[in-house]
Design a protein around this ligand. Structure first.
Ligand code: ADP
Ligand code: ASP
Ligand code: MG
Length: 407
């Protein structure tokens, strides 16, 4: 007998038909003698619908009320799934996160899980029930509802698996595993049999939305093995686990992209000590995450500073930087949100030089201009015009031979 946590994403529970189908999968797994704990997302499209309702009322909604609204999506899907299981003769009970509780910090819409109460779930499992838990939501120590960020139900599942010492965590979604790139962008994408936590953390952080970045971080910290697979077929899926000899040892494991960032430039900045600190302190004081930074070589004691921020913060950042520019005597501020970041990720590049050069040549071969570059031990990222995103992903996938698995 194993204790298994399963997570079903929005498309997996997108209709009553799908919910019944998922209940059938859970029942089959339980009848093999396993204990089942299930984390569930809102039905497909529901979270987006709720956000557009909030924006219709007022784009300046309080974060607390945003979480109160968004958490309702998962309440519907857990109750329906639990009903479907009971209707099949499988005892099941649904739980909202405050009932366990899944305690988070106070950061509305981006909360971090601090602790998972296990008592009610353990009692439910002892009674032979399937415990069905609302994904994506948490509660602060003083009882305020929070949410974990878009895609956060994956993180709920891994936090449950860690707290309840499950044997492993299955993430069911609408593709058959983790691929060498988004299979919806390039049909040549190849499913990986295994991928290390380290690589998956980079891929998730750089846009492979199949797993929430926080969930991979937690899985690594607590040693939870994740199996990503489809709820629409019975294929084997991808194991995400500690790196071992069984892994492919490829130079590049995957190519990712994200269109969620924007670029801001401060032009004609006086080149003297303390100016960069002034700019970036202003951003960090407002809790704004800066990703890439470039400072040009100075000419006549003047330089330009360019950096990227989440697109959602762009308006605030421009206002803030216009003020800072005036204070430091810079010439002005430019911004561009039509950008994308494409990245090549792979543990193999630690020991093999030349990845960046290969990437730049491949993009140049298609006439794609690179605006910014950043590298780490296991990734190279380039900022490009967002019009060329899909082309860039395909070109890089080909350049690294990912279709064949022989980079
Ligand atoms: P769910 O609702 O099940 O959580 P998501 O939409 O969050 O599903 O994540 C699944 C999607 O992630 C897939 O449909 C796929 O388009 C996208 N995706 C992006 N990059 C990758 C990748 N490298 N491997 C697999 N899927 C990816
Ligand atoms: N329902 C939430 C979202 O759409 C959480 C999730 O699906 O993981 O972002
Ligand atoms: Mg998801």
């Amino acid at each position: 007998m194993a204790r298994i946590v399963q997570k079903y994403g929005g498309t997996s529970v997108g209709s009553i038909e799908r919910i019944k189908e998922v209940a059938g999968r859970i029942a089959a797994r339980r009848s093999e003698g396993n204990e089942l704990l299930v984390a569930v997302s809102a039905m497909a499209g529901e979270t987006d619908r709720l956000i557009s309702l909030a924006e219709e009322v007022s784009p300046l909604y309080p974060d607390r009320e945003y979480d109160m609204l968004l958490a309702s999506g998962e309440q519907v899907s857990i109750a329906l799934l639990s009903m479907a299981l009971n209707a099949m003769g499988v005892p099941a009970r649904s739980f909202l996160s405050f009932q366990l509780p899944i305690v988070t910090d106070e950061r509305h819409s981006l909360a971090l899980i601090r602790e998972v109460g296990t008592e009610r779930i353990l009692r439910s499992l002892e009674r032979g029930e399937v415990a069905v838990v609302a994904g994506f939501q948490g509660v602060t120590p003083v009882g305020e509802i929070t949410t974990l960020g878009r895609g956060g139900s994956d993180t709920t599942a891994v936090a449950l698996a860690a707290a309840l010492k499950a044997d492993f965590c299955e993430i069911y979604t609408d593709v058959s595993g983790v691929y060498t790139c988004d299979p919806q962008v390039y049909a040549a994408a190849r499913k990986l049999a295994r991928v290390s936590y380290e690589e998956m953390m980079e891929m998730a952080g750089l846009g492979a939305r199949v797993l929430h970045p926080r969930c991979v971080e937690l899985a690594r910290k607590y040693g939870v093995n994740i199996l990503v697979r489809s709820s629409f077929n019975n294929e084997g899926g991808t194991w995400v686990s500690e790196e071992d000899e069984g892994m492919e040892g490829a130079l590049i494991s995957g190519v990712t992209y994200t269109k969620g960032e924007a670029k801001v430039s401060i032009m004609g900045v006086p080149d003297r000590p303390g100016i960069a600190a002034r700019i970036f302190n202003a951003l960090s004081d407002k809790g704004i995450n800066v990703d890439m930074i470039i400072q040009n070589v100075s000419r006549d004691n003047m330089t330009d500073v360019t950096f990227t921020v989440p697109q959602a913060d762009l308006n605030r950042v421009v206002l803030l930087m216009e003020r800072v520019a005036q204070e430091i005597g810079a010439e002005g501020v430019l911004s561009n949100s039509d950008i994308a970041k494409v990245s090549a990720v792979g543990a193999g590049m630690k020991s093999h030089p030349g990845v960046a050069a290969r990437m730049f040549s491949a993009l140049a071969g298609e006439g794609i201009n690179i605006m910014m570059i950043s590298t780490s031990e296991i990734k190279v990222s380039c900022v490009i015009d967002s019009r060329y995103t899909e082309l860039a992903v395909r070109v890089l996938h080909d350049a690294f031979g990912l279709e064949r698995g022989s980079s």
